[in-house]
Design a protein around this ligand. Structure first.
Ligand code: SF4
Ligand code: SF4
Length: 142
């Protein structure tokens, strides 16, 4: 699947990746149906990834990642349009009347708020040159 974080590729590459991902998923689903599916495991690398994910889980439990990568907007750029607040799929953004959006600690890093902010008021240090991938338009989600 095309990533929305770390590195954004051009639209054609993203489309090809989506098509390839869907083909792979369908193929795997077929093997699941007939009971011949296999779950790949690479010695050492699989263990390393397992322990890395445990560390990630611990960070999530302490909310450290949420504190380190807080996506609160730049008040100089934010027009308080509420698009981010309305689009957040997990209600992580609180917004009182006449206040700026206030990100809580339950972010799932979908980056919708970053991608769809019309003023680019929310910066994400992990985005490649500030680029984001849009599969849909904001109005299709609102
Ligand atoms: S979408 Fe952008 S401009 Fe609109 S309220 Fe959110 S941060 Fe502010
Ligand atoms: S990244 Fe996604 S989950 Fe996190 S605050 Fe923005 S819209 Fe909500």
């Amino acid at each position: 699947m095309p990533p929305n974080i770390f590195y954004i590729q051009d639209e054609e590459t993203c489309k090809l990746k989506v098509a390839k991902g869907l083909q792979k998923a369908e193929k795997y689903a077929q093997t699941l149906i007939v009971g011949t599916s296999k779950w790949g495991r690479v010695p050492i690398l699989s263990e390393a990834l397992y322990y890395t994910s445990l560390i990630g889980l611990k960070m999530t439990e302490t909310n450290l990642n949420q504190k380190l990568l807080n996506l609160n907007p730049d008040p100089k750029k934010c027009s308080r349009c509420k698009i981010c607040y309305r689009l957040c799929p997990v209600d992580n953004i609180k917004m009182e009347e006449d206040e700026f959006p206030n990100h809580q600690l339950n972010c799932v890093y979908c980056l919708r708020c970053v991608s769809f902010c019309p003023n680019k008021a929310i910066s994400c240090p992990m985005n490649y040159k500030g680029k984001t991938y849009h599969a849909v338009k904001a109005k299709e989600l609102l």
